[in-house]
Design a binder for this molecule. Structure first.
Ligand code: PLP
Length: 385
């Protein structure tokens, strides 16, 4: 461990689906509803709505929040997914900077960004470490803002005794192949609201969508065979995550005692489920340049990347060049009466400084290979200390 296993259990459940001849929940297949129930129970939510990808869940969740043309959605500035889902809905992403210690959204900075146009907030539990979600939800509730938790990295991570995805209005999980639960592709929304569940289900191809169209919905239905593999993989997920945590510990140990690499660690109130092991390079404060560090990582052949995308989310051309739907929408939408210069340099100084310094190691894979990679990271760090 942590190696994925696709075995007899998966084959058995897929065969059950094939034997029914109903490869879609639309025809009455029961595997997708089963996966929705079992997944929701596993994370401690009341309802699950399965879809074909997490981006589909985020797109749908922003729609359910009511955000559309001219509205604002608060997003994090490291990953771009929340902002993209906002723009799918023709709404405007507004970025709140992160806490340098956790890489997650800084609750102290949220209130200043809320306006009468704010409809929703999307917070990412980045790399698998929970954000301070109790404070974030409390602020959002006071302003009647819908909270979407992006849990693509944080399956089974918890904060103050409750799992990520169950604090806000919708939790969004990804089953893309790199994630803790890799099903090829797929996503799941969880919620405790029956109304939100029903509204989301319209985008998951609920039968009402097929009959008479009353509104603009998308068909993001999960297939029954994916759901079958999902039921089986869910049974294995806790084992995978224990393996990912053990691998992350190897990398933590490799940099322990190094005062120029900071590791975002969970406090006693949180569990981290390590979709990725992450750390922050701070060598320049000690006279070690990022170039020196990159050279050492290459010399010791460490399986650790530096710099993630190299830029804060709002520097991506999609946003910086106001591309969107090709004409003026959404960032130049005439229905938007907020500021024109939304994304100046220095908008989120912590994220801008942080992204080029982020170290990432993928935690799935052969444990012995990770041990060697962590040893090499240790040697690379030692060579510069
Ligand atoms: C934080 C985050 N959110 C959302 C997504 C989108 O997931 P999917 O590929 O299932 O649409 C990803 C995918 O990498 C992600 O890392």
């Amino acid at each position: 461990m942590p190696q994925r296993v696709f075995g007899e259990r998966e084959l058995d459940l897929v065969k059950q689906v094939l034997d029914t001849g109903m490869l879609s929940g639309l025809g009455g297949g029961q595997m997708t509803p089963r996966f929705e129930r079992e997944f929701a129970t596993a994370v401690g939510a009341q309802y699950g709505v399965a879809m074909n990808a997490a981006m589909s869940v985020l797109h749908s969740a922003v729609k359910v929040s009511g955000a559309g043309a001219g509205d604002e959605v608060i997003c994090d500035p490291i990953v771009v997914f929340g902002a993209v889902a906002t723009m799918y809905n023709n709404a405007i992403p507004v970025f709140v900077d992160v806490d340098p210690a956790t890489h997650c959204m800084n609750p102290d900075l949220i209130e200043a960004k809320i306006t009468e146009r704010t409809k929703a907030l999307i917070v990412t539990h980045l790399w698998g470490l929970p954000a301070q979600i109790d404070r974030i939800v409390e602020i959002a509730r006071r302003h009647n803002v819908f909270v979407i938790e992006d849990c693509a990295h944080s399956l089974f991570a918890s904060y103050k005794g409750k799992q990520t995805g169950t604090w806000g209005d919708v939790g969004s999980f990804s089953f893309q192949m790199s994630k803790q639960l890799g099903l090829g592709d797929g996503g799941m929304a969880v919620t405790n609201s029956e109304q939100v569940r029903d509204d989301l289900a319209l985008n998951a191809g609920a039968p009402t969508f097929q009959a008479v169209a009353h509104a603009l919905h998308w068909n993001y239905r999960m297939t029954e065979t994916t759901a079958a593999i999902g039921v089986a993989q869910l049974e294995r997920a806790a084992g995978y995550i224990a393996g990912l945590q053990a691998v992350a510990k190897m990398y933590n140990d490799a940099v322990a005692g190094c005062d120029w690499i900071a590791v975002p660690k969970p406090g006693p109130e949180a569990t981290h489920t390590y979709h990725l092991w992450a750390a922050t390079f701070r060598g320049d404060e000690k006279g070690i340049t990022l170039g020196d560090f990159n050279d050492a990582l290459a010399r010791f052949e460490c399986g650790v990347s530096v710099g993630y995308t190299g830029m804060a989310a709002y520097k991506h051309p999609l946003i910086a060049e106001r591309l969107g739907y090709g004409k003026v929408c959404p960032l130049g939408c005439p229905l938007y009466d907020g500021a024109n210069n939304l994304y100046p340099d220095g908008l989120c100084p912590v994220a801008e400084d942080l992204v080029p310094r982020i170290l990432l190691a993928y935690t799935f894979g052969d444990e012995e290979a990770h041990k060697q990679s962590a040893d090499r990271l240790h040697q690379a760090v030692q060579s510069l200390s």
